[in-house]
Design a protein around this ligand. Sequence first.
Ligand code: PMP
Length: 438
Amino acid sequence: EDNPILVRQKLQESNARSYPRRIPLALKRARGIHVEDVEGRVFIDCLAGAGTLALGHNHPVVIAAIRQVLNDELPLHTLDLSTPVKDRFVQDLFAVLPPAFASQAKIQFTGPTGTDAVEAALKLVRTATGRSTVLAFQGGYHGMSQGALSLMGNLKAKIPLGALLDHGVQFMPFPYDYRCPFGQGGEAGVEINLRYLENLLGDPESGVQPPAGVILEVVQGEGGVIPASDTWLRGVREITSRAGIPLIVDEIQTGFGRTGKLFAFEHAGIMPDVVVLSKAIGGSLPLSVMVYRDWLDTWQPGAHAGTFRGNQMAMAAGSAVMRYIEEHNLLEHAEAMGRRLRERLLALQAQFPQLGDVRGRGLMLGVEVVNPQGQRDALGHPPADGERASRIQRECLKRGLILELGGRHGCVVRFLPPLIITVEQVDQVSRIFAKAVQ
Ligand code: PMP
């Protein structure tokens, strides 16, 4: 931590800086699942751009796609004008969306960040329905602009007072099985959650105006790797459809194979009204889009603008990622590697009562760290222990493994490795994690 780059960074960068506080590294090179710091130490990167790097760092097909754009002198800045690269990107994306969705979908390029796509989705559903409020879920994370912040449940440290929309946002519990807010867990907890939602949306006497939309993550990422069950997702879809309320699925972190399907909503076989995408879609470069069913396409020409929506290198890189995933059966691979890592983590959990819960989908896994001596909750689970999680994270880093924390009190260790991780690398990750826990 006394490297001059890190010293200057601490001095000159905002106190709000996030990752460097817990991962004090100055990186100089990266390839695959590895990054190397300026002192020549090599780390396994299980943060991977917070889930952005589906193919890992600097994958040859991504680099080749970017080089091609430069070699061919393609226009680097195009606003949202048409180009062959953009056309190919849209065709590639529509080819991998579920056909029933793609056949009635429109795409809107929204900008460089996931937050941009979320903002656009809020605006779209409010325009299309003429209603103003939004229903979001506790523990949800949708971005850092005022509108997206207003949708954030529980991660209060990140929310300044009075985000712009917050009076128009209604929150509901997420089906967080291990900490079921209804004290039930399992299918019983899911059932109560759905009845709660049904009552909220379908009971005119409740005094709740129908919202313009419902927004959710299929697996909450920053909120602590909390997967929603397929039953719950199907229930939410059915209830929102019946009430005529657009369902926005935030696939910014879960999209592009992270959960073992290309899009996480496919596990439940539901059809969202709006899907917001970013992170992996630009193959490690900044890009975000919103794809939505055409009945929502009611806004006026020019209703949504933005200068940086035409990043040709990101589109070319994104196309390369989509093709690679398809051509190399990367979904099956991610599923298999996720299963292997989960088995290793479950075996560790059996040894260490400090590992309260192992959960997730595909290669989006989390371990909730607890204090086994603490007072148990209604479900019999010990309290979260963010301090211990933080120590585990530090011990992993010392041994060459980068992991990030999430969830309430930062008590969840998150595993988001590149999807190209190998069997040997999965075993190496679990060995380092085991040593760190020990
Ligand atoms: N939604 C989800 C589910 C996310 O995980 C994130 C980023 N972690 C965002 C939205 C915001 O994306 P960005 O940071 O690119 O604005």
